[in-house]
Design a binder for this molecule. Structure first.
Ligand code: AMP
Length: 420
């Protein structure tokens, strides 16, 4: 048995070489799609002041009230490992006056996050998200773009069985009306509500809509709809988001229960789930937050963003869906004298972008050939004393088994002329 300290912390995972190529494929798709849609990457520090999250995410959220990894450092500062990315990106946007430099900022990130949740499949304490934050436009075309972008990443990576749920929660004023309507509706059922929901009843009744308790879900079936509380302007905004998505051919379902309880969330909200996942089926959540920049001390700036869970994307894709790149050429070197030739050849091939490997364990010919096959190489180059003397190496096509001599000096050109 290994000692405790040699085991990773509960809810954290190593990404081993057998899996890391899947991450690289996903990351490449993300970078590529962001590039196509005109988004630029932003990277923020791993930790921030705790206050940024309590103010930016909200004290009453699960994240801030019970899931943050927070500590006081040696200088007495209260710090927190980032549990989400919107607050840090907004902080950076304000701090560097990005809004002053350009009226529209389209930013994206790929990052690790930390939340002390109860670990289970698809739910970890350190996990990864990619996401975007767009600042500067309140107009529906940016809502539609953001949603289409998320779907584009998922489609390009090969995810199927996705459901895009869409709603509008209107402006803060109409949410006040809705909260009152919801309280009026729930009042006669108050004693049937769970303790958590009873607590939420006063300060944030909209969060009761997130309940997973069956009898509460039953009660809520008759609850008033937020769409009835939207102003004419909010309704028009939402209708335009929907018609733009229709025009772009993006399919969605309007789900009136999809709400975000915090004050600075406005208008469009959306969630993308996968039928390939179990209980933790949410892949992506997003929405508008037109009040957030101002709330954190910046100039009033509309914003919209989403965050998508990368572990869940990889879980939803089968293991076979993302094949990695394998070695193309394996050099089988035999004997002490060939080592400089092998080293130079490997270096020359690698400088020519050929994925090349050789055996640093100085094993037998048989063992090296086995390794060449195992690593997926298409070509083995065999060089021993005899080949060194004749100036001709043997080249073996590992798929067909065909073998031919090629001048050592001409090897790089020869390999370059092949389709590997
Ligand atoms: P959120 O930031 O809570 O809106 O989550 C956005 C997305 O991140 C979710 O849809 C999930 O795909 C993913 N996610 C959230 N929490 C976790 C977690 N603890 N472990 C893994 N993925 C998560």
């Amino acid at each position: 048995m290994t000692e405790e300290f040699i085991r990773s912390i509960k809810g954290t995972q190593d990404i081993l070489p057998s899996q890391s190529h899947r991450w690289q494929v996903l990351e490449a798709v993300i970078h590529n799609t962001m590039d196509t849609y005109g988004y630029s990457e932003i990277r923020t520090p791993a930790f921030e002041r705790t206050e940024l999250f309590s103010r930016g995410v909200g004290e009453e959220t699960d994240i801030v009230s019970k899931e943050m990894y927070s500590w006081t450092d040696q200088g007495g500062e209260n710090l927190t490992l980032k549990p989400e990315l919107t607050a840090p990106v907004v902080r950076s946007f304000i701090q560097h006056n990005l809004g002053g430099q350009s009226p529209i900022n389209k930013l994206y990130y790929i990052d690790a996050l930390f939340r002390r949740e109860r670990p289970q499949k698809g739910r970890y304490r350190q996990f990864h998200q990619f996401g975007i934050e767009t600042f500067g436009s309140e107009h529906p075309e940016i809502d539609a773009e953001v949603i289409a972008l998320a779907m584009s990443v998922f489609n390009d990576i090969g995810l199927t069985g996705l459901n895009l749920k869409l709603n509008s929660i209107g402006s803060p004023e109409c949410r006040d009306n809705y909260r009152n309507a919801l309280r009026d509706f729930l009042k006669p059922h108050f004693n049937d509500l769970s303790e958590t929901s009873q607590k939420r009843f006063e300060n944030n009744p909209m969060r009761i809509l997130d309940t997973k308790i069956p009898h509460e879900i039953e009660i809520l079936k008759e609850a008033p709809n937020i769409s009835d509380s939207l102003t004419a302007e909010d309704k028009a905004h939402f209708e335009e988001v929907c018609s733009l998505l229709d025009a772009m051919g993006t399919q969605y379902l309007i789900e009136s229960n999809l709400v975000r309880g915090l004050d600075y969330y406005t208008r469009t909200t959306f969630e993308i789930t996968s039928t390939e996942l179990g209980a933790q089926d949410a892949i992506c959540g997003g929405g508008r937050y037109d009040g957030l920049v101002e709330r954190l001390g910046g100039k009033p700036t509309p914003g919209i963003g989403f965050a998508a869970g990368m572990e869940r994307i990889l879980l939803a894709l089968g293991d076979d869906d993302l094949s990695g790149k394998t070695t193309q050429v394996y050099i089988v070197g035999l004997g002490d004298r060939v080592r400089p030739t092998v080293a130079k050849l490997a270096e020359d091939l690698r400088q020519n972008n050929v994925r090349t490997d050789f055996d640093p364990l100085r094993r037998s010919m048989k063992a090296q050939m086995r390794e060449a096959n195992k690593c997926g190489a298409t070509i083995a180059i065999i060089i021993g004393d005899k080949e060194l003397e004749s100036g001709q190496a043997e080249i073996k096509d590992l798929k067909t088994g065909d073998q031919e001599p090629v001048k050592i000096k001409a090897l790089v050109d020869h390999i370059n002329s092949l389709t590997l």
